[in-house]
Design a protein around this ligand. Structure first.
Ligand SMILES: C[S@@+](CC[C@H](N)C(=O)[O-])C[C@H]1O[C@@H](n2cnc3c(N)ncnc32)[C@H](O)[C@@H]1O
Length: 210
């Protein structure tokens, strides 16, 4: 995963350039901007900063983290503003902020978290937020004939995709596509006040950590 996205960094933003996705993306940028307005945000796996930029329009502050400096370097070139700080960090070893954030967000990340690691990830993120922090996540739905096909499933039920980069390098990544019921069920042990938005190409979820 980390090596794949490190190598893909220069091409990554192409994922947001498909005209068919723009209506969903516009809806989601507004969805996100509304939910972080005036709040402090800790972002996990921020990548090249597409959603960091969307959130930075209204958030009070954003600490955007990613494991790969290569993706953060691209985010740094997006004019994110003085309210945004970029930090290299593993999603499972997030920084302890002097003032814990009110909101934790992770976009196009949940699908890459192995099913057996989901609860651990949620607990870790919650531990880096204020009590009863709000969780916001956006991710991709599986679109038949558009999404990369699932190449295999493992014994735990995780799905995998084979990804090929422009230089021909082949990677296998975990890519789970929960339906709405499965998503809510996976969050319910840790969260309440769960709201979902299901669009043709993406879903979004908001929830409050207990
Ligand atoms: C699909 S991209 C999502 C990027 C961004 N959130 C977005 O929605 O455009 C996944 C990101 O996870 C990062 N990543 C991979 N493994 C990670 C880890 N263990 N901890 C933190 N970030 C990781 C990659 O560098 C990549 O930027």
């Amino acid at each position: 995963m980390a090596a794949y996205y490190r190598k893909r960094a220069p091409h990554y933003d192409e994922v947001y350039a498909f005209p068919a996705r723009e209506a969903d993306l516009a809806t989601l940028r507004a969805w996100l901007a509304q939910r972080v307005a005036g709040r402090s945000v800790l972002e996990v796996a921020a990548g090249t900063g597409y959603w960091t930029l969307a959130a930075s329009a209204t958030a009070r502050s954003v600490v955007a983290t990613d494991l790969n400096p290569e993706t953060l370097a691209i985010a740094a070139g997006k004019g994110l503003g003085p309210q945004v700080t970029l930090r290299q960090a593993d999603a499972f070893d997030l920084p302890v902020l002097a003032e814990p954030a009110e909101v934790g967000m992770a976009h196009l990340w949940w699908s890459h978290v192995r099913l057996q690691d989901q609860a651990r990830f949620l607990a870790h993120l919650a531990s880096r937020l204020q009590p009863r922090g709000r969780l916001l996540m956006i991710d991709e739905t599986f679109v038949r004939h558009v999404s990369t096909p699932i190449s295999r499933r493992d014994a735990e039920g995780n799905a995998y995709q084979a990804r090929i980069l422009p230089d021909g390098a082949l990677f296998e990544v975990v890519k789970n596509h929960p339906d709405e019921a499965a998503l809510v069920a996976s969050l319910e042990p840790a969260c309440e006040a769960i709201e979902t938005l299901w669009l043709p190409h993406f879903w979004a979820v908001g929830a409050t950590f207990r």
